[in-house]
Each structure stands twice: as structure tokens, then as C-alpha cells.
Design a protein around this ligand. Structure first.
Ligand SMILES: [Zn+2]
Length: 96
């Protein structure tokens, strides 16, 4: 079992993801620190109706931006259609 990184880490991950064009929001951002390595899983929300290829390119760009920002990190990014359920971005992106 690892420990959860500090809240500033999640803020930074969110900022990195939202800096990628086409990434509308993030949710289910979960990370744990095991020794010196961080393992991160997250969902990025992309616009509805774009192609699978476009969604994959956005997820890849988020993945690469995070891998460039941290030396020892293992990242899985899942792309979701943008939520239209009325949740505010802040609620949708709450870490837990
Ligand atoms: Zn999701």
C-alpha cells in the first residue's frame, strides 16, 4: 500500500490536463505514492461527438504532459465524453 500524494499534486495534475486543448474537465483522479514512484489513474472529459482518434490524441497528450512534469510516474488516462449531468466542474473533479 502506498500513500496519497499531497493535495497540491492533484491541483497540478488537473492544471496540466486542462492545459491540453480539448480536455474539458477531469474526474476520478486517483494516485498513490509507492517508494519514489507515483501511480496515477485519471479520467479526462472530452467534447461529445469527436472521434475516437481525437479523444485518444487528447488522452495521450495529457499522459505525455504529466510524464514530462514528473520523473518517476506511471499514468493511465481514460477518456470520457463530457458529462452533461449538471454537475459543476468542481464537483465532478473532486479527488474523492
Ligand atoms: Zn470517467
Amino acid at each position: 500500500m502506498g500513500v496519497s500524494p499531497e493535495p497540491a499534486f492533484y491541483d497540478h495534475i488537473r492544471d496540466l490536463a486542462l492545459s491540453i486543448p480539448g480536455c474539458r474537465n477531469v474526474h476520478n483522479v486517483n494516485a498513490e505514492q509507492i517508494g519514489g514512484q507515483i501511480r496515477l489513474g485519471m479520467h479526462v472529459e472530452v467534447g461529445r461527438g469527436i472521434t475516437i482518434e481525437e479523444a485518444d490524441a487528447i488522452a495521450d497528450a495529457v499522459h505525455d504532459a504529466i510524464c514530462e512534469a514528473y520523473d518517476d510516474i506511471w499514468v493511465v488516462v481514460h477518456a470520457d465524453p463530457e458529462r452533461g449531468d449538471g454537475a459543476t466542474p468542481a464537483q465532478a473533479a473532486a479527488p474523492s
